[in-house]
Ligand binder design. Structure first.
Ligand SMILES: NC(=O)c1ccc[n+]([C@@H]2O[C@H](COP(=O)([O-])OP(=O)(O)OC[C@H]3O[C@@H](n4cnc5c(N)ncnc54)[C@H](O)[C@@H]3O)[C@@H](O)[C@H]2O)c1
Ligand SMILES: O=C(O)C[C@H](O)C(=O)O
Ligand SMILES: [Mg+2]
Length: 629
């Protein structure tokens, strides 16, 4: 692990003298850094090494009917396109008209088949013209994030073998052992900033979908481009196929992956190790986001790589930050200061990668607010009750999962509350009367009417319900159920998007979307632009605090604890700036392109935000210039 042949060669070749000679003169570096505060991504021409139909078939360069007349001449495109030159707005208008026709013609409104059809249309656009695709997505993010991302992406993954047309991303399989170091050079881009990798073992709440899980990596990277402005030439979705334990897929003649049982133990680890070595050898500065790995491996892989590679686990760490921001919002919504957070009683249903990630982060946040010492950390533990598939977790449980052990209730304590090992969720809610009920169980409808009725006795003035499991049918309850049973004073958030609820007297029950999409794009972008060697707890904490602070007092008091997805690009910019700042403060930042570590240190808060903004890619057509070399 951590042994990079190419880095070794480079390290042994570069004496400190050579390094000094290569370093730009300080004045030149400063000028270059200043330029990166004024020029924006996308305003420079793109050099292209192909012409004619090769360009039209290349989604990275294709502009379709938007190629200007002079560009058509320059690039040998004259005659290959209909003569009517359109600007990108006209192009999008045509495309949207076609897309909307689908809704008009659909008999039963927005059903699943309808959203899948929309995904197909968008995917075809993605295949033929990337810039136009991302312009459509960015400008209509509220409408189409639920198509390219959660929840439709779940349906796409379930059907991926049938939907597959053109490949996107890379596949590393158990059959490729020993080959990955060379295979990685088959990818056409010399620079990759962001990889999202999955092994398909736990896709949303849908279980093991094997190779079909690549859809989730593609969807997450769509948000990296649309929300964080990561250049789409530099993203790489990856599927590591170590087999599947999904019986249906093992027998499905359409299935595109290896039809064998998942590798396990050392064999499994050796595949992931080889993949990590290969991608970091070719792209030493890449950031790897682990996504939807079953919890059995999620924690182990995080511990294995997080101090060596630029990586993080979105389900464990991204979700934790989003939950913390929401939990702090729920305290503020009660008209109380955030410092009161350690007094909240929190029942968590689900002790997998996401649930445990949230529990650890919430406990640390409480401890910090209580004085950040050992006894604060110890006392914070008693604010949590964790219920998994076997009921309430206490120290009485045999074979307890080591990750859950710190949150197991002491038997005497549980006794005193009239609870015991394995008590069901209704009993726990009845006895604890929690301020917060948070679900990361992947069990749709787990917060049944009975559970919600029990929550009526909550000691909070504004009980908060987080039904965070995805996709929609896996949500622990719907906002309608929650508002109808508990009233309009509650705070409600769900992982997948739901509509607000119309209540009596013209009141609106606000449905927040508590999804890690509010953090992972900013964590990735901030890490990239700071050039941080690793992603520290401090950087993740800074991201979460930034998201919490994004919400204004009056919004929070109205029960709005997460921003609207329409402002995701702005939130991501702020989150990324907070991550850069923290990386600089922790001395982890090594700089990015012309902005070296020293220059970064000199930037004011405002300049950091500007630096981030100017490095966000925008979906505008660059002028293409042909170069034959
Ligand atoms: N909103 C978000 O941003 C977000 C982020 C990450 C994960 N998630 C969702 O959270 C869910 C869980 O993800 P995970 O990675 O932790 O999965 P996981 O499989 O690792 O964990 C699921 C947990 O739920 C428990 N569980 C099962 N049945 C239960 C029941 N009847 N009552 C209580 N607990 C029960 C299991 O024992 C396990 O501890 C998924 O649906 C996923 O989509 C949402
Ligand atoms: O993908 C999402 O929508 C959130 C999260 O990463 C999940 O696994 O559910
Ligand atoms: Mg996930």
């Amino acid at each position: 692990m951590g042994f990079f042949p190419s880095q070794l060669t480079r390290a042994s070749l570069s004496s400190s003298l050579a390094r000094r000679l290569r370093r730009p003169h300080p004045a030149a570096a400063a000028a270059s850094a200043a330029r990166s505060l004024t020029t924006t991504e996308g305003s420079r021409p793109s050099i292209v090494h192909k012409r004619s139909v090769d360009i039209l078939h290349d989604p990275w360069f294709n502009k379709g009917t938007a190629f200007t007349v002079t560009e058509r001449d320059r690039l040998d495109l004259r005659g290959l396109l209909p003569p009517n030159v359109m600007n990108s707005e006209q192009q999008i208008e045509r495309f949207m008209f076609d897309l909307k026709r689908l809704e008009v013609n659909a008999r039963d409104g927005a059903r699943d088949t309808n959203s899948l059809a929309k995904w197909r249309i968008l995917n075809r656009l993605h295949d033929r013209n990337e810039i136009m695709y991302y312009k459509v997505l960015s400008e209509n993010i509220e409408e189409y994030a639920p198509i390219v991302y959660t929840p439709t992406v779940g349906l796409v993954c379930q059907n991926y073998s049938g939907l597959f047309r053109r490949p996107r991303g890379m596949y590393f399989s158990a059959e490729d052992r020993g080959e990955m170091m060379s295979m990685v050079y088959n990818w056409p881009a010399d620079q990759v900033d962001m990889i999202v990798v999955t092994d398909g073992s736990r896709i949303l709440g849908l279980g093991d979908l094997g190779i079909q899980g690549i859809g989730i990596a593609i969807g997450k990277l769509d948000l990296y481009v649309a929300a964080a402005g990561i250049n789409p030439h530099r993203v790489l979705p990856v599927m590591i196929d170590v087999g599947t334990n999904n019986e249906k897929l093992l027998k499905d003649p359409l299935y595109l992956g290896l039809q064998q049982e998942r590798l396990d133990g050392e064999e499994y680890l050796s595949v992931i190790d080889e993949f990590m070595r290969a991608v970091f050898t070719r792209w030493p500065n890449v950031i790897v986001q682990f996504e939807d790995f079953q919890s059995k491996w999620a924690f182990k892989l995080l511990q294995r790589y997080r101090n060596t590679y630029r990586m993080f686990n979105d389900d464990v760490q991204g979700t934790a930050g989003v939950a913390i921001a929401g939990l702090l919002g729920a305290v503020r919504a009660q008209g109380r200061p955030m410092i009161d957070f350690p007094k909240q009683k929190i029942v968590v249903a689900g002790a997998g990668s996401a649930g445990i990630g949230v529990l650890n982060a919430a406990r640390k946040t409480m401890a910090r607010l209580l004085g950040n010492n050992e006894s604060a950390f110890e006392s914070a533990r008693s604010q949590f009750w964790v219920v998994d598939a076997l009921g309430l977790i206490t120290e009485d449980r045999s074979d307890i999962d080591p990750e859950a052990l710190p949150f197991a209730r002491k038997v005497r304590e549980a006794d005193r509350q009239g609870l015991r090992e394995g008590a069901n969720l209704v009993e726990v809610v009845k006895k604890v009367k929690p301020d917060v009920l948070l679900g990361l169980s992947a069990v749709g409808g787990l917060f049944s009417n009975e559970v919600l009725e029990a929550l009526k006795d909550s000691t909070s003035t504004r009980p908060a319900i987080f039904a965070m499991s995805n996709p929609t049918k896996n949500a622990e309850c719907t906002p309608e159920q929650a508002f109808t049973i508990l009233g309009d004073h509650i705070i409600f958030a769900s992982g997948s998007p739901f509509k607000n609820v119309d209540l009596e007297d013209g009141k609106i029950g606000h449905c927040n979307q508590g999804n890690n999409m509010y953090l992972f794009p900013g964590i990735g972008l901030g890490t990239l632009l700071s050039g941080a060697r690793i992603i520290s707890d401090g950087m993740l904490q800074a991201a979460a605090e930034c998201l919490a602070a994004y919400m204004k007092e009056e919004e929070v008091l109205r029960g709005v604890i997460y921003p609207s997805i329409s402002s995701i690009r702005d939130i991501t910019k702020e989150v990324a700036a907070a991550v850069v700042k923290e990386a600089v403060e922790e001395d982890l930042a090594e700089g990015y392109r012309s902005m070296d570590a020293r220059e970064l240190k000199r930037l004011s808060q405002e300049e950091i935000v500007k630096y981030v903004q100017n490095n966000m890619w925008n979906p505008v057509y660059p002028t293409l210039v042909y170069k034959n070399d």
